[in-house]
Design a protein around this ligand. Sequence first.
Ligand SMILES: *[C@@H]1O[C@H](CO)[C@@H](O)[C@H](O)[C@H]1NC(C)=O
Ligand SMILES: *[C@@H]1O[C@H](CO)[C@@H](O)[C@H](O)[C@H]1NC(C)=O
Ligand SMILES: *[C@@H]1O[C@H](CO)[C@@H](O)[C@H](O)[C@H]1NC(C)=O
Ligand SMILES: *[C@@H]1O[C@H](CO)[C@@H](O)[C@H](O)[C@H]1NC(C)=O
Length: 284
Amino acid sequence: MAFLLFCVSFFTLFISTFANCRPNGTLYNDICYVAYSDQRSFYDAEAHCAQEGGHLAAIPDAFTNKFLADLAKPVVGIENYWIGGYYFNNLNTYNAFWAWVDYESFEYTNWGPGQPLYNLSSYCTIQIPLSGKWGVVECTAGKPYVCEYTNASQSCPIPGWTTFSNVFNGCIQVIQNAYTWPNALSSCEDYGANLISLHNDYQQSLVQLFVMNSGVTGYHLWIGLHDPQNDGNYTWIDSTKVDYKYFDISTLSKDQCGVIHNDYRWGIEDCSIERYYFCLYSFE
Ligand SMILES: *[C@@H]1O[C@H](CO)[C@@H](O)[C@H](O)[C@H]1NC(C)=O
Ligand SMILES: *[C@@H]1O[C@H](CO)[C@@H](O)[C@H](O)[C@H]1NC(C)=O
Ligand SMILES: *[C@@H]1O[C@H](CO)[C@@H](O)[C@H](O)[C@H]1NC(C)=O
Ligand SMILES: *[C@@H]1O[C@H](CO)[C@@H](O)[C@H](O)[C@H]1NC(C)=O
């Protein structure tokens, strides 16, 4: 009897571990992967993964690479599909890198012959399931995709926001209501959040991906940067250090509130303009 109970509880444990994975998902190294056959741009694919609590799949090693190729084949056939690699080029410092969505690393690579090629206007990665090799494709192309769902230690308490556990240790959202900077700030605060602060190229690059996701490209968005004394001493409203700047210096003005511009560099504008805004909810 005791043995039977043991078997039953062991079986229940086994099932519940797998129950963490999504419908149609496969667990590998404690990460749940799901292949989707619908065609989306890289940004829309990432938005779909994020809506479900994950991200486009990262590939840290050859075993995962093979696993994902085998997972994707029955779903996408011979078509290549999005994996979560993207390229960022800092327009001021020319610091350029490949990264996985929400990871500050891109160590293992499996580029196909001649790849990566740098003759496009945006750079996102696909895997060819038949060979497991990677290539670079314009991020706006429509492709099937694979999402990964880790059981992150913390999830976002605010429905609809996107969690970036590693790069932001929190979740972010663009709020599409036009408010003055002070009103945008109090709106973020109503969520227990703040206007966003940015501290490195990885955060900046995810903000860019996110803006493309949310379809507000071309708008200026308030961020948490301001110059309260109007003396050129910029501070972040969340009191974090100003240890990173991404200004477009050609557009700097004597105003007091920070925005993200069309090319994703920052500017300073009149705080009373009404704009959409970027909030960050930080995990403790
Ligand atoms: C699982 O995959 C099948 C076949 O692709 C699809 O019809 C179904 O909607 C999927 N289920 C979920 C919950 O995504
Ligand atoms: C995910 O949850 C399972 C079952 O609770 C646990 O064994 C595993 O370590 C967790 N994985 C991660 C990446 O936290
Ligand atoms: C980029 O270069 C490759 C190899 O020369 C070529 O096949 C491809 O058509 C080029 N793409 C564009 C958009 O120029
Ligand atoms: C800039 O502002 C911060 C916060 O108000 C203050 O601590 C710092 O001393 C100021 N720096 C300069 C150079 O005025």
